[in-house]
Design a protein around this ligand. Structure first.
Ligand code: GDP
Ligand code: MG
Length: 682
């Protein structure tokens, strides 16, 4: 409990990759809630942990930070929370710093800043195993003594040190002592003056000096007099070309170096020879790309081969359920609604759950093992020429799962133009909702027997490359030509290779499965019912296909057919395109509803393969399937993405621009495929 008798709040702070989330998960288990910070879409994760005495405390996992100077939107949020300026989150009663013991100097930099916030601090000295593996001898006792805050060794992924941590959280945590690093003279003069002005207006302020430094760094809260002085000093330093912020960084680092040296902590043997050896291979300009392509290829091969078994079970489940319903209920509208609407729509999408889980399993492994950072390094060589930095890599990579977290992750990109460009191209990365569409169309395009699994995987890789390649080209157009200006250099750090933690990966898959199923149970369910309705009414005939043609959906499809005819699409595909405007994967459900095949995947593919134009020619020729896939590579068919883009760019201008350019590209791309396909005589 804190003084007011309320639950204590403890903020979890640390560098990216220090193990914050792992520790947070280990301490809170499943007692966690994920939401957004008020007004913005940066993920807010809170959860209840228990001290050894059973006191419940609230933990809040903040975005990863290197420093407390609020530069990127992510850092700003952490800054606001720690200063109690974030509405919806009380000012924390204490801070739990998570540091990577194998990289102490840089990690402790943030700790020295946190120690000046005026809050009690506890440090989890995490990744002890990694540090020791590199020959670094850690002395937690000495560190605690020298820095004046408690250090507790942990190995978050194995749950080691948690008991000690929970015990320490239960005791009343000590406030850190006064600042120990020495300010360079010009800065000391400035801070002294500003602090004096502060005390004049607010004599009770105990951290006037710390707050004075914050004012100088760009914080905006404090008495008017102090604020004016800070502005004047900043101006003076600028005129004298005195880089005071570099001086602060330098002073902190030299203090830390002394502390580490006195505590007997060396930097250890840097890297391990095998780390260097693997890096030389995976970062190699030629071999590196081969390895990256190989990884992606095995991802797609497993998506097709392993996933096919659970997919069959789900398929059989939905088919069985449909048959059971038809046998049990009297035939009529309600039965039709349930079987042709709900089951066909929801089943058509849920069946792809295994593929999506495999995608996240692979991404989790790659991220956790440290390989993804290498891929980012490799990709930086291509990103730089188009005007983006490697910082955009993680947002873009997340977009392969889903553009929504991808766009949210752009908050770590400091340069506003880089950030906007990244948002604009993020939806071009083939997201997991496209998998159902691609898989269905690939199956419809060519008989399974003719193409081995790796053939389909290669086709899939091709579609991904098309999206990614186009995204890079457009990034160049947007960043260099449209927005203008130079791009910042990349500072990327390569984390050590680690054995992926099963729990971390499993938890992420679980979260994704929930999100996917929730979507199927809400958005997709509602759209399926709507689609069933507009494609069944008005009833004009007992014959299903005649009825569909005359239904609302059929009329709409016929109405837009002239526009999509040059792409090789008929009015039924037109219904699918319109319906999937809100969410791409709805295309598959729509086709199941249009062809009246229940939730059955095989049935849909059969129906598509035999569908013909009025003159008897097949509709789904390989060229048309390809042209449709290309359409889906480019089209922005996701209302949630539009909504997030609006929120993140602060207006309708950019989402509208996104919609126009992507739809234009989709149409153009699909049309080109038809033209070229016909010219080649397919
Ligand atoms: P965050 O960015 O600070 O949230 O870091 P994460 O919690 O995502 O952890 C990054 C990676 O480090 C994950 O792969 C964890 O499994 C791993 N990890 C966390 N703690 C330890 C540890 O004590 N030792 C080792 N070897 N790995 C750890
Ligand atoms: Mg994290």
């Amino acid at each position: 409990m804190n003084q007011d008798g309320k639950k204590r709040w403890v903020a979890v702070v640390g560098n990216p990759n220090a193990g914050k989330s792992t520790l947070f998960n280990a301490l809170t288990g499943l007692r966690q809630r994920v939401g957004n910070y008020p007004g913005v879409t940066v993920e807010k994760r809170t959860g209840t942990a228990f001290t050894l005495h059973g006191e419940a405390i609230e933990l809040i996992d903040l975005p990863g930070l290197y420093s407390l100077n609020p530069r990127s939107p992510d850092e700003k949020i952490a800054w606001q929370v720690l200063h109690g300026e974030s509405s919806g989150v009380p000012r924390p009663d204490a801070v739990l710093c998570v540091v990577d013991a194998s990289n102490l100097e840089r990690n402790l930099f943030l700790v020295t800043q946190v120690m000046e916030l005026g809050l009690p601090v506890l440090v989890a000295l995490n990744m002890v195993d990694v540090a020791e593996g590199r020959g670094i001898r850690l002395h937690p006792q000495e560190l605690s003594q020298k820095l004046g805050v408690k250090f507790i060794p942990t190995q978050a992924h194995r749950g080691k040190g948690l008991v000690e941590l929970r015990a320490a959280l239960g005791q009343s945590l000590a406030h850190p002592g006064p600042r120990q690093w020495t300010m360079p003279p010009p800065l000391a003069a400035a801070v002294g003056q500003i602090a004096a002005a502060w005390r004049e207006s607010l004599p009770a302020e105990s951290r006037a000096e710390g707050k004075a430094l914050e004012l100088l760094t760009g914080s905006n809260s404090g008495p008017e007099g102090a604020k004016k002085l800070a502005a004047a000093w900043r101006e003076r330093f600028r005129k004298e070309a005195y880089d005071w912020s570099a001086a602060v960084v330098h002073a902190r680092y030299s203090y830390l170096q002394t502390v580490l040296k006195e505590a007997g902590i060396g930097s250890g043997i840097s890297g391990g020879s095998w780390t260097d050896w693997i890096d030389a291979l995976v970062l190699h300009p030629v071999a590196g790309w081969g390895i990256l392509a190989g990884m992606m290829m095995s991802l797609f091969v497993s998506i097709f081969s392993i996933a096919s078994y659970p997919m069959e079970w789900i398929d059989a489940g939905f088919t069985g359920l449909g048959q059971w319903l038809q046998g049990w209920m009297p035939p009529g509208i309600v039965c039709d609604l349930l079987v042709d609407g709900v089951l066909a729509g929801v089943g058509g999408v849920v069946i792809f759950l295994p593929q999506i889980l495999i995608l996240f399993f692979f991404l989790g492994l790659l991220e956790d093992s440290g390989y993804l950072a290498r891929a980012a390094f490799l990709l930086d060589r291509v990103m730089h020429p188009v005007g983006l930095s490697g910082k955009s890599f993680i947002p873009l990579l997340s977009s392969y799962a889903c553009a929504i977290p991808g766009i949210m992750a752009t908050r770590t990109v400091e340069d506003p133009k880089d950030r906007l460009t990244t948002i604009l191209i993020a939806p071009l990365m083939s997201c997991s909702a496209r998998i159902p569409v691609y898989t269905t169309l690939l199956a419809a395009a060519v008989p399974v027997a003719l193409v081995p699994v790796w053939g389909k995987a290669a086709a899939m890789l091709g579609l991904y490359l098309l999206g990614t390649g186009s995204a890079f080209l457009l990034a160049w157009v947007f960043r260099k030509k449209m927005l203008g200006g130079g791009s910042p250099p990349l500072i990327l750090e390569l984390p050590p290779y680690r054995c992926p933690a099963f729990q971390t990966v499993a938890l992420r898959m679980w979260e994704r499965a929930l999100i996917f199923l929730r979507r199927a149970g809400t958005v997709i369910l509602a759209l399926s019912i709507l689609l069933w309705f507009v494609s069944s009414f008005p009833k004009s005939s007992e014959d299903e296909s005649i009825n569909l043609a005359g239904s609302f959906a059929g009329q709409l499809g016929h109405w837009i057919e002239p526009v999509i005819r040059p792409l090789g699409f008929d009015w039924r595909i037109g219904i699918g395109l319109v319906a999937s405007f809100a969410a791409r994967e709805v295309f598959v459900s729509t086709m199941s509803i249009v062809y009246h095949v229940g939730g059955e995947e095989e049935g849909l593919i059969q129906a598509m393969r035999t569908a013909t134009w009025p003159d008897g020619a097949l509709i789904y020729t390989p060229v048309t399937c390809l042209s449709l896939m290309v359409f889906y590579v480019y089209a922005l068919q996701c209302l949630s993405t539009v909504a997030v883009a609006k929120r993140e760019t602060g207006g309708w201008k950019w989402p509208v621009f996104m919609m126009i350019y992507m739809t234009g590209l989709a149409y153009l791309g699909a049309w080109l495929v038809q033209i070229v396909g016909r010219a080649l005589g397919f």
